[in-house]
Design a binder for this molecule. Structure first.
Ligand SMILES: [Zn+2]
Length: 430
């Protein structure tokens, strides 16, 4: 019999367990003590404990690690077209919305996230509000404004608009010294991750100059500085040239990686810590939902034209055994917050990846990508970030898309949502 020191005990009996590392088991029990998982084994195998135990019967359900969104934007809220990422929505409204968006992610079973760019300093504030308990939300690593060249893909408005730089999504820079200054400032202000916009976006029409907006030397210097400051780095890179540049520069997450090809994937063997983060869900919604909500039709068409290549890129990474994560890029009108799990569904239904392996991309692989060590796996000594989904997820991955099916959400051992039948037993995130 095990006796408890500080920390509550929770015993979960699960009909199906997806462990986050690509495996499925049945009739399993998981014992949690305090913030950690202490035992995983067949039903009846958990050590008996002397103290009071909260029991969760998930014998008809699926237990999995808390999900991690490796491409989150807490400040994105209903924009239609890229210019609206910066105007007319006020910075203040974006900040209030960010808190609500973070809470929504947790309600959908996302206990972790990598924010890859926000307006102003809202990401840092959102993380702080979660940490102090003012709002509920995932464990976050946050970026500041996205570092992007003057006149580049995130310089969205004419100069005559004179937007207040502090309210923008992008920190517009001219050259590497300018980028280094912004990185130092962001580090001072508490960001965890530096995001670079090094290539254009598929939905944009303007194609000016080279495919990567920073020289290799500039990018290496900027990434090196971020690493020296203890920060992780992420790059928006869609085509092979930009993806290669990001990998060679030592970037930690290559975001989108939409058109990665054979030679580019080869580069990863020399840079095994770099992680690809695919974002099929937003493109799928641009194609299928875009036309009905007034999304610019040229942009939808551009995505439709390359959809098959994007799917092929994910297949290529999977077949090569390259560990990759997925991220939602959610928050626009076409792909709103709440659509996070679309990523996992598309990996299964469109890319033909088995459910338990698709889940890896949003759990253990996403934890590596987001530098959230300890999360993303159901195993002894891992963080007790857990989700119970009503029913058998291996048969119906779509269950993840409806928060009514998210019966239990546990973050670091604390139950933040628990629904039994139609009865809400516990929830701080109703
Ligand atoms: Zn994004």
């Amino acid at each position: 019999m095990v006796s408890g020191d500080a920390g509550h005990w929770v015993l979960i009996r699960a009909g199906t367990l997806i462990d986050g590392e690509g495996n499925v088991a049945h009739h399993v029990e998981v014992l949690v003590h305090g913030e950690k998982i202490v035992h995983v084994g067949p039903a009846g195998s958990a050590p008996r404990v002397a103290d009071e135990v909260t029991r969760i019967d998930a014998s008809q359900d699926t237990l999995m690690p808390g999900l991690i969104d490796a491409h989150l934007h807490v400040t994105y809220s209903g924009h239609l077209g890229m210019q609206q990422l910066e105007w007319p929505r006020s910075l203040e409204l974006a900040a209030v919305s960010a808190g609500a968006n973070a809470t929504k992610a947790l309600r959908f079973g996302y206990t972790g996230g990598l924010d890859v760019g926000c307006r102003g300093k809202i990401g840092v504030a959102t993380k702080a509000a979660i940490a102090e308990g003012t709002i509920e939300g995932p464990t976050l690593r946050v970026s500041g404004q996205i570092i992007s060249p003057v006149g580049g893909p995130l310089d969205l408005w004419p100069s005559s608009m004179r937007l207040d730089p502090a309210t923008r999504l992008a920190a517009l820079v001219s050259g590497v010294e300018d980028a280094r200054r912004v990185i130092r400032e962001q580090a001072k202000d508490g960001v965890d991750n530096i995001k670079f916009q090094i290539s254009g976006s598929t939905v944009q029409s303007k194609r000016r100059g080279r495919a990567s907006f920073f020289s290799d030397e500039e990018l290496r210097a900027a990434v090196g500085q971020a690493h020296d400051l203890g920060l992780s780095t992420a790059a928006h890179a869609e085509g092979p040239e930009a993806i290669s540049a990001a990998i060679r520069a030592g970037v930690d997450t290559v975001q989108h990686a939409s058109f990665i090809d054979d030679p580019t994937i080869e580069l990863l063997s020399a840079h095994p810590d770099a992680r690809l983060v695919f974002t099929l869900g937003v493109y799928d919604d641009i194609i299928h939902i875009g036309p009905s909500i007034g999304y610019p039709s040229e942009s939808s068409q551009r995505v439709r034209d390359v959809w098959e290549r994007m799917v092929a890129a994910v297949r290529l990474a999977y077949e090569r055994g390259v560990p990759f994560a997925v991220g939602s890029d959610a928050g626009g009108a076409v792909h709103p917050h709440g659509r996070y799990a679309r990523e996992i569904v598309l990996l299964v239904r469109v890319c033909g990846i088995p459910v338990e392996r698709a889940v890896r991309a949003a759990t253990s692989h996403a934890a590596r990508a987001a530098w959230l060590g300890g999360a993303g796996v159901i195993g002894a000594d891992h963080d007790a970030d857990l989700v119970v989904v009503a029913g058998d997820l291996v048969r119906r991955v779509e269950l993840l898309e409806d928060d009514a099916n998210i019966r239990v959400v546990m973050k670091k051992g604390r139950i933040v949502r628990r629904i039994s039948g139609s009865e809400i037993v516990t929830t701080t995130i109703a």
